[in-house]
Design a protein around this ligand. Structure first.
Ligand code: GLA
Length: 755
């Protein structure tokens, strides 16, 4: 059992393979946070808490006039409350019936059980009975009788602890939850930095590292979705932490809506982190007897740097969050027609693309936006999920069958949460759009949002999509959402309940997704929101992959995929080879570089294959073969970031198999200079005493000038030539030389195999 309870001392210790987490209910009933870090024993470590008289940090009434040393304002706590003497950022803010905002939680009891708890209607890490344990600690506000159940899921092997909270109003009066965070974590020291992931449309998840100095530091979203702008994932680390060393904590929020992650360094240099639903658009009414469930946060700790944090999360997302038939099944290599045709296509052209692609080894054809309603640009048609047979030249079913006839699977794009003013759906149900009556709504991409907080709307969408899935041979759906939500209001909620809208919207989205994936388990769902605008661990519970960004430029993708890799595995990152000049940047990159970068994701194509030269077609065939050959290594291997895109010359990453038998090192030169220093990386995850051979993927050699080919062969570093083997220890400690670039944006894939 990974959960140990000292009943007499009321000490709770959670152990994972390499970490320990401890808390203690003190004599007042406050649940104190004691420790989270490298694995240690389960002895009571509360001795590290120092009690001092801190001016202006008051004392709970119950401790008496003599004890000025006990203050909630400085004590490390498991779940902090607003209004009763802790002036730092707090996890819970309750408005009582009399209008006061106050709660003071006291320990009441606990329960330990085997297996991992789940959460009604919300995504949550899942595990086999023997893979996880659950601790539930019950706290209560004695005055209002509001109960707070703190849930801890311990996945010992994964080094993961999850947290979520259930709040039950056991009192006689209604309350309003003004803030109900999913977790609070207190460190009794400061000196931390945090790494957060900011961005924008077509440039998501840039890495920012900043000091958690005095003040409140926050990232979040009030956009209705988790957003391009900040990802609901952060790492708190020691200042000296890097990929391979130092103490780091990872926090990933399994939620696709508005979130807030705040960190505060307090008056005595302690650090507090609070994470949960963003309170700005949140006010949840809880009548006597009612319950509220917060979404879940998963936490992981590493004493050995950032890389371990990522790998722990990758494993857990792949095995304990992603679900369904596609979780571990090889995903098809796809071709999407968006950048090939945009809205401008006929059924015949689509079949032509599918046929050509099929001959090259592509397995799935995805028909993107524009196949339904009146939809020849993005001004109209959203909501009218009826095929435009005139444009397709046949029924959708016939088109799909034609494509299946080419030896391809068929997939379809939807934007179920969108509604255009110029649509039959809007004309019929104007009250289904998210607008504030009497106000002109803000448009974005000329569209509005469908009110997914309403059950009738959810059922309508389930019905429409079900009808299409039942009559068409579909095995893939791209679920897109192309705007942020404002003018938040639902005609189905009364004035007092409008503060529930944003969260109810997300619950509605999850219900629709859950219903559809359960009904149609054979369909692979890919999430999308203008690229990676809703790339979060919550979404991955329903859609095991997400289109990483609308930016398909291979060089820009190095930065986007690098940032994404901190919190999410390669198997979740939608990545395609697109045409050059690139449609977003105008940059021209070699075909081999584009495929190398797309292979650090789910891999597919997004270009008009009918326009490729014969030479390029041959390359596509080879790329697909190579991707299939490396599939397990790429999708299930251990991921290492060897050189970041901020390096002057080259971005390098590696996937190594669990046993260290082989590894794939990928390198892309984003800067080519003359007479440069060599790029050398320390390969990871190999066995020290084993000999390895290095195979350089010569893709693109065909297109090189003879002169360059000769030069390349001449200057290949030792070990690449004639298959000389090198020890794992050498590759790990001394390093691997990346061959020099022969052209701009040169990419190399180096397959390292045990001999
Ligand atoms: C979004 C997606 C794109 C494409 C378009 C279609 O921007 O991210 O991949 O599907 O919508 O309108």
């Amino acid at each position: 059992m990974s959960i140990l309870v000292d009943e007499r001392k009321k000490v709770f210790t959670l152990h994972t393979k390499n970490t320990t987490y401890q808390m203690k209910a003190d004599s007042l009933g406050t649940l104190l946070h004691i420790y989270y870090g490298e694995r240690t024993d389960d002895s009571d470590k509360s001795y590290i808490i120092r009690f001092s008289d801190r001016g202006f940090s008051g004392n709970p009434y119950e401790v008496g006039k003599e004890n000025k040393m006990y203050s909630l304002d400085v004590l490390p706590q498991e779940y902090s409350c607003y209004g009763t003497g802790d002036y730092r950022i707090s996890a819970l803010k309750v408005q009582n019936e009399d209008g006061s905002c106050a709660a003071a939680l006291r320990y009441k009891g606990y329960q330990v059980s085997g297996g991992k708890y789940s959460i009604n209607g919300l995504p949550a890490v899942y595990a086999d009975e023997n893979e996880a344990d659950t601790l539930e600690i019950l706290l209560e506000d004695p005055d209002s009788k509001v109960e707070v159940h703190l849930l801890y899921g311990v996945l010992e092997e994964n080094d993961i602890i999850t947290r979520a909270v259930k709040i039950i109003n056991q009192g006689k009066a209604g309350i309003v939850l003004q803030k109900a965070a999913s977790m609070n974590l207190d460190w009794i020291n400061g000196g931390y930095e945090w790494i957060t992931f900011y961005g924008r449309h077509v440039m998501e998840r840039n890495v920012q590292r900043s000091e958690l100095d005095h003040g409140i530091h926050a990232i979040g979203s009030v956009r209705g979705t988790s957003s391009h702008h900040y990802n609901p994932f952060a790492i708190v680390c020691e200042k000296n932490a890097d990929e391979e060393k130092g103490s780091c904590y990872g926090f990933s929020f399994l939620y696709s809506g508005e979130f807030l992650m705040e960190a505060e360094k307090d008056q005595v240099n302690q650090t507090r982190l609070v994470c949960g639903i963003h309170p700005d658009n949140f006010a949840w009414n809880l009548q006597p007897g009612e319950e509220f469930d917060t979404p879940e946060v998963m936490m992981t700790y590493s004493a050995e740097g950032l890389g371990v944090i990522s790998r722990n999360l990758h494993k857990t997302i792949r095995k304990n969050i992603c679900r369904g038939e596609w979780k571990e099944r090889r995903r098809p290599v796809l071709i999407n027609n968006w950048e090939a045709t945009y809205f401008n296509f006929t059924g015949e052209q689509l079949v032509d693309i599918a046929k050509n692609a099929s001959e090259l080894g592509v397995e799935l054809f995805v028909l993107d936006d524009g196949w339904f309603g009146k939809r020849d640009d993005d001004d109209s048609g959203l909501g009218d999920w009826f095929p435009n047979e005139k444009k397709l030249g046949c029924t959708l079913k016939e088109l799909a069958e034609n494509i299946v006839g080419c030896g391809m699977q068929f997939g379809l794009w939807f934007e179920p949460e969108g509604i255009s003013e110029d649509s039959d759906l809007y004309r019929e149900h104007p009250d289904w759009a998210v607008v504030i009556p009497g106000r002109k709504p803000a448009l974005s991409r000329n569209q509005l949002v469908l009110d997914f907080s309403r059950k009738d709307v959810q059922d309508y969408i389930i019905g429409r999509m079900t009808a299409i899935f039942e009559e068409t041979p579909i095995t893939y759906v791209k679920w897109d959402f192309n705007r942020s939500i404002c003018d938040k209001f639902s005609t189905a909620l009364n004035a007092q309940s409008q503060g529930e809208f944003a969260h109810r919207y997300v619950l509605g989205l999850y219900r629709v997704l859950e219903t559809l994936i359960t009904k149609f388990p054979h369909i692979l769902f890919e999430g999308c929101s203008g690229g990676g605008g809703r790339f979060d661990a919550g979404m991955l519970y329903y859609t095991p992959q997400i289109w990483c960004s609308d930016d398909t430029d291979a060089i820009e993708r190095l930065t986007i995929q690098y940032g994404t890799s901190f919190g999410y595995p390669v198997s979740t990152m939608g990545a395609h080879v697109s045409a050059v000049p690139n449609h977003q940047t105008g940059r021209i990159t070699p075909f081999s570089a584009r495929s190398c970068v797309a292979m650090a994701g789910t891999f597919g194509y997004e270009l008009n294959v009918t326009k490729l030269s014969e030479e390029e077609k041959e390359q596509v065939k080879k790329q697909i073969c190579r991707f299939k050959e490396y599939y397990d290594l790429i999708q299930y291997g251990e991921y290492y970031r060897l050189l970041p895109p901020s390096d002057r010359q080259c971005t390098v990453w590696e996937m190594a198999d669990q046993e260290g038998r082989e590894a794939l090192v990928s390198a892309v030169y984003h800067h080519v200079g003359t007479n440069e220093e060599p790029v050398i990386v320390k390969v990871q995850g190999l066995k020290a005493e084993t000999y390895y051979q290095m195979h350089l993927n010569m893709d693109g050699m065909e297109t090189m000038q003879d002169r360059d080919q000769e030069r390349l062969v001449k200057c290949l570093p030792y070990g690449y030539k004639n298959g000389e083997a090198i020890t794992g220890a050498a590759l790990q400690q001394c390093g691997l030389v990346i061959p020099e670039p022969m052209e701009e944006y040169q990419a190399w894939q180096i397959h390292i195999v045990e001999v």
